[in-house]
Design a protein around this ligand. Sequence first.
Ligand code: GLU
Length: 380
Amino acid sequence: MNTLSSFNRITVKIGSALLVDRKAGLKREWLASLVADVADLSSKGADVLVVSSGAIALGRTILGLQSRALRLEESQAAAAVGQIALAGAWSEELSRQGLKSGQVLVTLGDTEERRRYLNARATISTLLKLKAVPVINENDTVATSEIRYGDNDRLAARVATMMGSDLLVLLSDIDGLYDAPPAHNPDARFIPLVERITPEIEAMAGAAASEFSRGGMRTKLDAGKIATTAGTTMVITAGDRLNPLAAIDAGERATWFKASATPVRGFKTWIAGNLEPAGRITVDAGAVRALLSGKSLLPAGVTLVSGQFSRGDTVAILDAAGGEIARGLVAYDAADAVRIAGLKTAEIETVLGYEARSAMVHRDDMVMSRSLDNALDAEE
Ligand code: GLU
């Protein structure tokens, strides 16, 4: 079986019940041990992203609202109170390990709408570049039921795939997948490896949920589908022990879900699979060479922009002869792209009136349609 240290970018989702005790509040000792594991992975070179639940549970404890069901605005208020304490605890424990951290609160739209998706992704990538651990949760104080994830299992899977994580770890109060609910069925058989989430696998999940969290095994399998089809391996294990990440490598019980592609390929297939690009951007020979050597497309190299597109749409990038070189997610709406075509980076802000990103299409958001060799042949 895999070890965590063989992965490069690991998203760890932590369920509320692991972090919060109804009476005592935040479980500091447990958090400290988890953070020690995070520090260990990060010292071995992995990027670690944390998706932490627990805002509502912690807020309820702080406000003394444990004993009854809450109205929507009460849980949102509890999330507001809990989130400050939660983020504070993460930041303190991470800094004790010499790690910086940044809190990111997202809503469903931030991961599902292309335009905002690029924003959320750029911010989280920058945190990783700056060596700050992103501590992510849903923005429960404003998200209402129609437009929220509600469970952090699926949120974590979307974050993992959006960020190109090669591993998603779900720390839960269940140690993995069984072929029947283990609480009711003593003969339930444990499944250590899932090659593919088939209807038979889904049937095993039932609807069993744990006490605190909204997600049961069902939302975990939904998360697994999002993750594995985008190339992210997923592992579910029980988090209710100290150093729960180290425990996976030490051989504690866990269910692994195999990824069906590599994360980069998953994302690039998604871009390449946009059959009808919303627009076309023609570039000069210098830009063609830059793109083929792995650089981003800068406005300076753009000679023509056509089509109606919005920031985040897929565009085709063409050479002067109209041959397609690449496809990618464009960083500007069509109107702005037209205005800045051919301009140097320093001139863009003056023209647009706002501080903008330098790339028209960032290399991370691009998939090449043509390889360097073919292009050089064509040039000769
Ligand atoms: N976002 C919720 C919180 O922090 C948790 C959702 C979940 O339990 O998955 O309280």
